[in-house]
Design a binder for this molecule. Structure first.
Ligand code: SIN
Length: 351
């Protein structure tokens, strides 16, 4: 990235978040200082972990658990600074910021790797592909998942692991129970071609927006609806701007944890091991609580009474599934046929 791009990135942050230069500059400046000397001498290490969702989500809670474990086990020598809720970087710039070294760790949703040159990650977005989270884990916890993470090195990132949020639900200001209900709606999506194709197959118009801008866009009527697991929907209080949530469970949302390669290589082997172990435990914790967080959010939503909740019948889900079926074939060449085949093999292995 050129100096020009860098200053544009900083200006964008300042504009978007109203953050003063004095807050952002230290993060960027410290990224330019080699840390290897510090790490090698056993001195302090600071790891900046940025993410876009609220703390009371599976990702927010897993990130906080990681911080606690690392700081405890290193006796405070390794500090983990968590920036949740797009406080530091959002979907529009977090990947760039990581590659630049302005932040050290991210946990973007798997859908967000397609636009930066890894369309194979969009396999996880294929609608109605996974019956349960255990199916996803056949990919993420096996050799295929590892091969996908290995690819990220091409862009200066090290992939350290995966974890789940859960299944996405559709929301709008009307129930979304059949393909006809989607016709003409502008639906906010993550920047994934597979998700865009899914919305088009349903008759809706996909509008790609950063997560942090979604609630406002719904409120302003820039978009009519969206899709997300309930914990994201609830913690952004999208219920205040959407009258109906339809429990479609049509697609999966999960994350990959990535670190800046230079940062990672600057750490001692012992520190890397400590971080990897803490992350393994934090991700296992995230996976364990993900369903409970989504259930808790659903209960809170019911309690709030702001949004009508619709449970789909099997026949209704089947009609949606049928409508989006062509997406699998249409997007196979974007994802890559060899990846699709490897994915099918992984899914069939334990059935
Ligand atoms: C996230 O869970 O990280 C955000 C997902 C989205 O952008 O919809």
């Amino acid at each position: 990235m050129s100096a020009l791009d860098l200053s544009a990135l900083i200006r964008r942050r300042q504009y978007l978040r109203g953050v003063t230069a004095s807050v952002l500059a230290p993060a960027l400046i410290s990224s330019l200082v080699p840390r290897s000397a510090l790490a090698a001498s056993g001195k302090g290490v600071t790891l900046r972990f940025s993410h876009v969702v609220a703390e009371e989500t599976p990702k927010g809670l897993a990130a906080n658990r990681f911080k606690v474990l690392v700081e405890q086990r290193s006796g405070g020598r390794i500090r983990v600074l968590i920036y949740p809720d797009t406080q530091l970087y959002g979907d529009a710039d977090e990947m760039q910021a990581l590659q630049l070294g302005a932040v050290d760790m991210l946990a973007p949703s798997l859908s967000k790797f397609g636009p930066i040159g890894f369309p194979e990650f969009e396999m996880f977005d294929l609608p109605f592909l996974f019956g349960q989270v255990a199916d996803v884990r056949r990919i993420t916890q096996g050799p295929l998942g590892q091969r996908l993470l290995e690819r990220l090195k091409r862009h200066g990132m090290i992939g350290l692991g995966y974890f789940d949020n859960g299944f996405k639900q559709m929301s709008a200001n009307r129930p979304l129970l059949s393909p006809a209900d989607f016709v003409g709606l502008r639906m906010r999506i993550q920047a994934s071609r597979v998700i865009a194709a899914q919305m088009r197959a349903l008759g809706a118009q996909p509008v790609s927006l950063p997560f942090s801008e979604t609630r406002q866009a719904l409120e302003a009527g820039v978009v009519d609806g969206t899709e997300n697991p309930i914990s994201n929907f609830w913690t952004q209080r999208m219920d205040e701007v959407q009258t109906d949530l339809s429990l479609t469970e049509h697609g999966y949302l999960g994350y990959a944890v990535v670190v800046n390669q230079r940062f990672w290589l600057s750490l001692s082997l012992d520190d890397r091991e400590l971080l990897e172990q803490a992350l393994r435990e934090a991700l296992a914790y995230g996976n364990k609580i993900a369903d409970a967080q989504n259930d808790k959010a659903l209960a809170a939503l019911r309690q709030a009474g702001t949004t009508r909740i619709h449970v789909l019948s099997e026949a209704q889900r089947e009609r949606l599934r049928h409508a989006v079926e062509p997406v699998h074939k249409a997007l196979a060449s974007r994802i890559g046929l060899s990846w699709i085949n490897a994915m099918r093999d992984a899914l069939n292995q334990h059935t």
